[in-house]
Unconditional design. Sequence first.
Length: 264
Amino acid sequence: MILEATLAALFGLLIGSFLNVCIFRLPYDLTPANPPRSFCPKCENTIAWYDNIPLVSFLLLRGRCRNCKERISYRYPLVELLTAFFFFVAVYKSGVSWQALKLCVFAAICIDLIFTDFEERILPDEFTYGGALLGLLFAFKIQLPSMFGFLFLSGETRQWILSPVEALLSGLFCSGLLWLAGALYKKVRHLDGMGLGDVKMMGMIGAFFGLMPALFILLVGNILGSVAGLLFIFFAKKKAATFEIPLGSFLGIAALWVAFSDRV
Ligand SMILES: [Zn+2]
């Protein structure tokens, strides 16, 4: 599988490069298609194709814009390498299969969300709603374990519909749960504890992996976020009430860990 996995990793570099464009543009309501060419955020010079090769260009240019010499963020090679890594692992573990494709798509979505939430506190609908739809479609090909199945236990129920229904109900349930937690928090503390983006993101995770893995991811993500938040408040001496934890970033990290460690 080494050859296939290596090809997947190279493809992952390209997808990572595309994700970088999304991470930079979607929060500002620019689309990956408009403007059509990449540009430097500082001098707005259009970037030539030979300066836009994933990873390679960053190394050749030593991390600086050719025109204005402004530093290029380390996020660019990092996102490309992470995407390549997860694509490699997906194909290495599952071969050239629907399962590997599902893991690759999920990894790309999570990497995008981790970085947009961390940098901009935004979880773009294109990846939350769009991802939920993709998760639902994958459920037609890859059977999800039945948790809500008892609701339709009649012998008449066709097998092929059980898994997508499972994905739909899991997504709705996980979203609802997080929304309810946020609403309660708001009532008690009179503060917005959580954005709607996190709620949509949990729907996406539920649709991809079903109820139990999604609940586990929710738990792990919240623990990671809380620990990181406490550390940040302690070391940066910020007031707890003014600090907004990028919960989506931590949900994404938890989701990647769970999805790639065969816990789903
Ligand atoms: Zn520049």
